[in-house]
Write a protein that binds this ligand. Structure first.
Ligand SMILES: Cc1cc2nc3c(=O)[nH]c(=O)nc-3n(C[C@H](O)[C@H](O)[C@H](O)COP(=O)(O)O)c2cc1C
Length: 199
């Protein structure tokens, strides 16, 4: 599930919320799973990965991760990303382009304080995406962190939110006979322009 906080009232957000409600009614699984594609300007490499979208706060889309991870390096080197969702239950694809930045630390602290201690132990004990000799060592690191109750409620500086603000949406609704309905919204100087796209 995604948490909504004072969501922006602009048309693409209204459209998004409407589709979200329809997908929930159809019991869409993993509705918060969103693929984020980034470009690492140092390595000249594009990469994608799923994350869980936890909040939409006004126009800020927020997920949480490790600030020393490869994705974090990519975001610092090139702030523009693309994101994509597919909700099979309503045959809907949503494509997004956005600029990404670190979420304010107060909000990351707030979210960390609400998470389970085991999730926090994992966040604290993992050097995300760094190679390690065995899965047993990962489990040991996790168990050791779990025992240190005093550190489990304090967010480490290498973990927190990433926020992105979309400037482009495309809603693709699959139709019969490939008569797919595609609607695009592009934001320029705070104004959204709307267009239909050919299938
Ligand atoms: C459905 C799904 C949700 C995920 N959610 C997150 C998430 O919220 N945060 C995160 O750091 N990794 C999440 N992951 C793991 C990432 O896909 C990825 O493996 C990890 O963040 C390392 O990415 P990086 O090496 O590009 O930094 C998720 C994976 C899946 C399949």
């Amino acid at each position: 599930m995604i948490n909504f906080i004072d969501v922006c009232k602009d048309t693409p957000y209204i459209r998004f919320l409407d589709f979200y409600k329809r997908a929930i009614l159809k019991k869409q699984r993993n509705i918060e799973a969103i693929s984020i594609s980034s470009f690492n300007d140092n390595r000249k490499e594009v990469e994608s990965r799923y994350v869980n979208l936890k909040y939409i706060r006004d126009q800020e889309w927020i997920f949480f991760s490790n600030y020393h991870s490869p994705k974090s390096e990519s975001f610092s080197s090139h702030k523009q990303i693309s994101a994509i969702l597919f909700w099979e239950s309503i045959n809907l694809q949503i494509r997004i382009k956005a600029k990404i930045y670190k979420t304010d630390s107060d909000f990351s602290d707030y979210h960390f304080s609400k998470r389970s201690l085991s999730k926090n132990a994992l966040a604290i004990s993992s050097f995300q995406s760094k190679p390690i000799e065995s899965f047993d060592i990962i489990k040991d690191n996790f168990e050791n962190a779990l025992k240190k109750k005093e550190i489990l409620t304090k967010r480490p500086d290498y973990w927190g939110g990433f926020s992105f603000e979309p400037y482009y949406f495309e809603f693709w609704e699959g139709g019969s006979n490939r008569l797919n309905k595609r609607e695009a919204f592009l934001k320029d100087k705070k104004i959204w322009t709307h267009s239909y796209l050919q299938p």
